[in-house]
Write a protein that binds this ligand. Structure first.
Ligand SMILES: Cc1cc2nc3c(=O)[nH]c(=O)nc-3n(C[C@H](O)[C@H](O)[C@H](O)COP(=O)(O)O)c2cc1C
Length: 220
């Protein structure tokens, strides 16, 4: 599959089989990820590949627990539900939609590893550059994985379980993880977005402006 097709057909995959990922394919998508542009050529990033069965299961547990916390935070409670009932709803829903993460054969943990090349007064700017660079690398990985028939999904649910996540991954205090992803064979590749999400997508021309802000891209 060529790059244009892989970009078009990449979708967030949240349901995986336990089929193994070929070691050569994995190496290739990791190397393609690290060909992304990197601010100041700093390579202020690392990717941790989790394949060990016990560790990836523990990571999946953290992600599912974090997902439960996220869903409970962003979705309104059912009428009359107590906070405990709503939290339980979040946990059950996460289990339902993310449960197959426990079988996924590989996780890739994206890390920002600050190099602190900018002067102290510009460190915030440097962090933004680092996060952008990691995001470009992860998108390379997502597209390359899609080209190889592998599913991924940018995931931040571990943010909600930061202490457990850091302990499991052995991450030093100055290093942090803006995004992680499972890598595996989807039960099926989603075609298009679910209707609930597709309905909220804005027409692309309204998101592109000609020449300056406020001139939505015209046809022709
Ligand atoms: C910064 C960022 C964070 C995201 N975090 C999560 C996440 O924690 N869990 C998840 O299931 N999807 C996550 N997503 C995936 C989005 O929900 C998804 O990209 C969006 O719904 C569009 O669907 P698509 O990726 O299939 O085009 C994230 C995407 C981005 C860009």
């Amino acid at each position: 599959m060529d790059a244009l097709k892989a970009i078009r057909h990449r979708r967030s995959v949240r349901s995986y089989t336990a089929a193994p990922v070929d070691e050569e394919d994995l190496d290739q998508i990791l190397r393609l990820a690290l060909l992304a542009p990197t601010g100041s050529n700093a390579q202020a990033w690392s990717l941790v590949v989790v394949r060990d069965a016990e560790r990836r299961r523990a990571l999946a547990d953290i992600v599912i627990r974090g997902g439960g916390g996220y869903f409970a935070q962003v979705r309104p409670p059912a009428e009359g539900a107590t906070p405990e009932e709503h939290a339980k709803w979040g946990a059950d829903y996460a289990e339902e939609v993310l449960g197959s993460y426990r079988d996924v054969p590989v996780w890739v943990v994206g890390l920002v590893v600050p190099r602190n090349l900018f002067p102290e007064s510009a460190r915030e700017m440097e962090r933004l550059s680092d996060v952008q660079s990691l995001a470009f690398a992860m998108e390379n990985l997502f597209v390359a994985a899609r080209a190889k028939g592998l599913g991924t999904v940018p995931t931040v649910f571990h943010w909600f379980e930061d202490a457990a996540f850091r302990a499991l991954m052995g991450i030093p205090d100055d290093v942090y993880s803006p995004v992680i992803t499972p890598v595996g064979h989807p039960t099926a590749f989603p075609e298009g977005l679910p209707p609930r999400l597709a309905a909220t997508r804005r027409p692309w021309r309204t998101l592109v402006h000609d020449e300056a802000w406020g001139n939505p891209r015209q046809e022709g």
